[in-house]
Ligand binder design. Sequence first.
Ligand SMILES: *[C@@H]1O[C@H](CO)[C@@H](O)[C@H](O)[C@H]1NC(C)=O
Length: 284
Amino acid sequence: MERGRGRCGSCRLLAVAAAAVTVAAAMAAAGVEARLSPDHYRTTCPGVESIVRSVVARKVRETFVTVPATLRLFFHDCFVEVSDIDLLFRLDALDSSSGPHWTVELGRLDGLVSKAGSVAGRLPGPDMQVKELVAMFGKNDLTLLDMVALSGAHTVGFAHCTRFTGRLYRRGGVDPSYNPAYAQQLMAACPRDVGPTIAVDMDPTTPSSFDNTYYANLAGGLGLFTSDQALYADGASRPAVAGFAKNQTRFFEAFMDAMVKLGRVGVKAGRHGEIRRDCTAFNT
Ligand SMILES: *[C@@H]1O[C@H](CO)[C@@H](O)[C@H](O)[C@H]1NC(C)=O
C-alpha cells in the first residue's frame, strides 16, 4: 500500500498526543460512537486543549510560517481524512495568530485508508475556475460563500512560484487579469526557469496579518492564483468578495462558520475508523 504523508506526523511532537490517543482508544474499545462535540475529552482527558495550545503557542512564536501551513494542512486533511490530534495542533497554531477563533468539535477517528491516490481530484487547485471550485466544495457540503471565505486563508502564507508561473509565461503573454505592476514584480521574483523552492507571499500587501485585504486586492488584480482572481472575475462569487472586502467582521464570521463545517467533512465513525496506537501506522 502506498502511504501518503503521515497525517499523524504531528503526534510525534508531543507526549500528550500519545496520552490522548490512549484515552481515545479506551473510549473506542468501550464502543463509543464518533459523535463530534467541543467537550469530547472533558472527562476523559481534561486540559488536552490547553496543553496542546501552550505547545503550539510556543511553536508559533518560533516561526510564523506555522500559521498558513496549519490552515493548508487542515484544509487538506478535512477534504481527505483527519483525526482529532492533528486537528488540535493545526487549529491551535491558527488560534495564536491575530485571526478569527472558533470552537473545535472533537471525536474523530483515524482513517483506515492512507494512500497518495486518495488525494488526487479531491483538493482545490490553483488553476480552477469558480464553477469547478463550487463543485469540489459542494461535494463536501460547502457552499459558494464557504468557498469564498476559505479562500481568504490566502491572506497569509507563501506559495511556490511553480504554482502560478503558468500565468506569467503564457504563449500569448502575461495573463491580462493580473495588475501589470504586480505581474512585473512576480516575474522579477520568479524568472521563467525558477527553481522549485522559490516562493512569494500570497497576499502582496499585508502578508503577515490575517485580515480582509485579500479581497480588496482581488479588485485590483492582485490575486496570485487563477483560482483567486476568478472569485472576483465571476459574477457568481463577486458579491461575496465585495462583502468581505468591505466588512472584515463579516469575513471572520463566514470563515469561522466554514471552518467548523470543514471540520465535519469526512468524519469517521464506528467501523469506518480506528484510534491509532502508533499514529504513523494502521492498527493491525
Ligand atoms: C459587518 O458585518 C457584521 C457581521 O455580519 C455586522 O454585524 C455589521 O453590522 C457589519 N458592519 C457594517 C458597517 O456593515
